[in-house]
Design a protein around this ligand. Structure first.
Ligand code: HEM
Length: 319
């Protein structure tokens, strides 16, 4: 049995959607104080595998059930990557990365319960989920690209530095965000320990990292508007700036209104979207050789060069 590249891409999209949804359902567990609705893993508690006698237990188990959906989605991505015609090593590796990440996060989820929702474990759980989003975006993007056409940088080096600046800034914003959460009131259980840091101080650090990253993105946006050779980043940088600004408005609103659960839930969904946009932007800075403007070697039609002309031309071949 064989499947087409289009089918493999559709399966990858399904895996990415499942990986995104579970981040929000996981946040719902924390925000409804259901983090210890089941105090054991994989059983709900020492007596029952499945226990729906309380709302907290039911919510926690729904999230665990959804983990099964995610597992099926990423395993399907691996299986389909083997029967895809032609078979591609990069897609097989990326699909396996998703499976490995989901297994690691399931184990980390168990550790999180065993350490009574210690903030470091909760932080690690979300951060690994966001890394999987980046890997999922890469899988979807690459699954839609021609076979046998290695990626090459397709924008000037300054743009690439700025793109990585946005990606690193997003990472910093996400990490500092989890520190604010670790110190804040939404622990997932009223008895969970909290990080001993000043909330206003870490929130300021979090907000500042976002502002700094938005500035880097705006510098990139200006180059995209003025330089033809940077224009390929137009959609990616606009998308990132748009989502990040919405997320920043949401962040300040929730901070100033006492972090209501619904806004925090939306903020987690926003963090997922910003992370996906950052990963997509990084991918925009390179392209399969066959898709480079001006043909192989990356020489842009306008006559302006991308600085990669010295790279060897590779004729695409089917594997
Ligand atoms: C690019 C923009 C932003 C990103 C990617 C981002 C990301 C995050 C992440 C990942 C968390 C942790 C969520 C969790 O652990 O469940 C978080 C929490 C938080 N963020 Fe942001 N954030 C952004 C902008 C902002 C801004 C501008 C503010 C304003 C100060 C803000 C305020 C907060 C607060 C107060 C929390 C803690 C919420 C809680 O108690 O759980 N965020 N953010």
């Amino acid at each position: 049995m064989q499947v087409s590249p289009a089918t493999h891409r559709r399966v990858s999209i399904a895996a990415l959607i499942a990986l995104s949804v579970i981040i929000v359902t996981g946040a719902a567990v924390r925000l409804t104080n259901s983090g210890l609705g089941c105090d054991d893993w994989p059983n709900c508690n020492s007596e029952k595998l499945i226990d729906v006698s309380s709302a907290h237990a039911a919510i926690e188990q729904l999230n665990r059930l959804f983990t099964g959906v995610v597992a099926v989605a990423v395993i399907a991505a691996v299986l389909v990557s083997y029967i895809r015609a032609p078979r591609r090593r990069d897609l097989i590796i990326l699909s396996w990365l998703l499976v490995a990440g989901v297994v690691a996060n399931a184990l980390l989820g168990a550790v999180t319960v065993w350490v009574d929702l210690h903030p470091y474990a909760v932080q690690g759980h979300l951060l690994l989920s966001l890394v999987l989003i980046a890997a999922g975006v890469a899988l979807v993007r690459r699954a839609g690209e021609p076979d046998g056409a290695p990626r090459q940088p397709c924008v000037p080096v300054v743009d690439r530095v700025l793109v990585w600046g946005v990606a690193l800034g997003t990472t910093l914003a996400v990490v500092t965000g989890t520190v604010v959460t670790g110190a804040g009131p939404h622990a997932g259980d009223e008895n969970a320990v909290r990080l001993d840091v000043s909330i206003p101080t870490v929130a300021r650090l979090h907000g500042s990292s976002v502002i700094a990253t938005v500035i880097v993105a705006l510098i990139l946006a200006r180059r995209v508007i003025t330089l033809p050779e940077s224009r390929v980043l137009s959609a990616g940088v606009s998308r990132w700036v748009f989502i990040a600004l919405l997320q920043a408005v949401l962040g300040y609103t929730q901070y100033l209104t006492g972090v209501p659960e619904i806004l925090v839930g939306l903020h987690v969904a926003g963090a997922t979207a910003v992370s996906a946009a950052a990963a997509a932007l990084v991918l925009d800075a390179s392209a399969p050789q066959a898709q480079l403007p001006g043909g192989f070697g990356g020489i842009v039609e306008t006559g302006v060069t991308t600085g990669i002309e010295s790279s060897p031309n590779v004729t695409p071949t089917s594997q």
